[in-house]
Design a protein around this ligand. Sequence first.
Ligand SMILES: [Zn+2]
Length: 249
Amino acid sequence: MPPRKLSTPRNRPAGRPSGKSGKSGKSSTETIVKRITAALIEHRLPPGAKLGEVALGEIFGVSRTTIRQALNRLAQDKLITLMPARGAFVTTPEPREARELFDARRVIERVVIERFTASATRAQLAELRDHLVQERAAIAAGDAAVRNRLLGEFHVLIAEMAGNAVIAELLRELVQRSTLVTLLYQSTRAASCSSDEHDALLDAVRRRDAIAAVRLMEQHLTHVERDLALPGDKSPALDLRAALTLARV
Ligand SMILES: [Zn+2]
């Protein structure tokens, strides 16, 4: 018998189905969440697609209870929407909502960056530089979920550092809503450009050049918005099994 680590269940590879009832539930839920998230990010599951419990149960070979747990987790992150009596659907941010979100962000963030350029300390700039290193690492690793979160957090961090808690709170909500849009519609190339623009923005702050910082922030938000591959009016028919089978974990 080959040596096996039995001491802790955390050693069990996440993607391997145990084939037994009982303790496999948690691991299966995580695997399903990862597979569906990957399919969303890689645009194999389009916004509005229905995620039927029975179909998913067959695809993953697990019970509907496990599927429901996975769907609830995805719904908490707003990646899918659970509709009473209708089931689970991939969340569809409306193009109009996306435009309004970025418009609101431009209004708020030009004030934020102007104030931050006046007040930024060395320690704050160093923290933001470290944040940029993490962004780059996530982009290089091809980790779309992490890079997306970090790209959004950069803006929230600046708002918190700029010192107005009410504005920071407002922006946190706007960023949270727009990161859902970017998660679904932003390409790796656009994410990479986005991080380069963060770098240029920090340079302007470092030089205490408020005019340049405001201009770069406005341009940056406009670029992020413009580069989104927002959905057209008609989606092609979806093969749920193919979309999920191809998903990398
Ligand atoms: Zn950004």
